[in-house]
Write a protein that binds this ligand. Structure first.
Ligand SMILES: [Zn+2]
Length: 335
């Protein structure tokens, strides 16, 4: 009997539909990676989420909102409580991402967008099962307007989409909930512990700190393996990776590339978007200055790999306490 992980792969839908992920990668290559030097770090984020929202709209899923954060231990997060996405700002500040760096950024956005689709499908499932808008809002801790969209478009009973959504629901909100919570909690804790160990090593490069850092990397890797076994994560990993295919090049050279180079004068095309974000988040929300990127300590090839993997993606599901109206505890300053 195929389980929740297998079924989602056997029956692509929405963001996993034929060609969708690759098309998003191509959109991102054309509109963001190719135009890297015309966009501020905040603008890159806004534009990537705007493109993801086009694919979500096609899939009938409510749009997600980009939420800037100062720092995070994860590559990206989708918060179903606020229907917001936030990502690690560091890659967005790269002066000139390589093809692989660009592909990872694009993958993260699509991965988190897929989480939004998953949560919406679960809400549509619960609507089909007779739950009211208020009931879905309370049970899933999602915004009422999202629950309302779901009750207006319930899944078809017995459809493959409903079966897949049930598998996700059972894991996140049903019998799998204790495991889900434990795995998500450990993923976050292991990522934070790795970051702390890295900071200690950078401050004081002793054999003891090197050993502690290595142990933290091992703990994080184990946590990631368990994390990626969760049905929603397993699905988002596969779907997100599909977007990498559409990313064919890194950012162009700002000096020699006439398309990628900033205009000699006049406002950049992104300024209205930055302005909108300022309105949304307050003036301090957007810092358009390019700042140097911190250099990771990389001691070996395997460490390089571990560091790349270290950005564990987690959906912020408010199951870590009994309070369902969990709010993301990040400050609003971007970069
Ligand atoms: Zn995820």
């Amino acid at each position: 009997m195929a389980g929740p992980r297998t079924l989602a792969r056997m029956f692509p839908n929405g963001l996993s539909g034929a060609g969708e992920a690759e098309a998003f990668g191509r959109d991102a290559q054309t509109n963001v990676i190719r135009r890297w030097h015309n966009l501020t770090p905040a603008g890159r984020f806004i534009e990537l989420v705007r493109l993801a929202n086009q694919h979500l709209a096609t899939a009938g899923v409510p749009a997600i909102t980009p939420q800037p954060v100062t720092k995070t231990t994860t590559a990206g997060e989708f918060d179903q409580v606020t229907w917001q996405i936030h990502v690690d700002p560091t890659p967005l500040r790269l002066t000139q991402p390589t093809r692989d760096e660009a592909a990872e950024i694009v993958e993260t956005i699509y991965h988190e967008a897929r989480h939004a689709e998953q949560f919406f499908r679960m809400a549509q499932l619960r609507a089909e099962q007779g739950l009211s808008t208020a009931g879905i809002t309370a049970e899933m801790a999602i915004p009422p307007q999202i629950a309302e969209r779901a009750t207006a478009a319930p899944l078809t009973p017995g459809s493959m989409q409903a079966v897949i959504a049930q598998g996700w629901f059972d894991s996140v909100y049903g019998p799998g909930r204790p495991t889900f919570n434990a795995v998500e909690t450990e993923a976050g804790a292991a990522a934070a512990a790795k970051k702390a160990a890295k900071d200690r090593l950078e401050a004081n490069r002793t054999p003891a700190n090197e050993a502690a850092y290595a142990a933290a990397l091992v703990r994080l890797r184990k946590a990631e393996v368990a994390h990626n076994e969760l049905p929603v994560e397993n699905d988002a990993e596969v779907v997100g990776r599909g977007a990498q295919v559409g990313v064919t090049l890194g950012a162009p050279d700002p000096v020699t590339d006439s398309v990628g180079a900033p205009p000699a004068s006049g406002p950049s095309a992104i300024e209205p978007l930055d302005g909108a974000l300022r309105d949304l988040l307050g003036e301090a929300a957007v810092d358009t200055s390019e700042q140097p990127v911190g250099v990771d300590i990389v001691t070996s090839r395997s460490a390089t790999h571990a560091l790349r993997e270290a950005g564990t993606r987690t959906s912020t599901v408010s199951h870590q306490s009994s309070a369902l109206n969990f709010a993301v505890g990040h400050s609003s300053r971007f970069l």
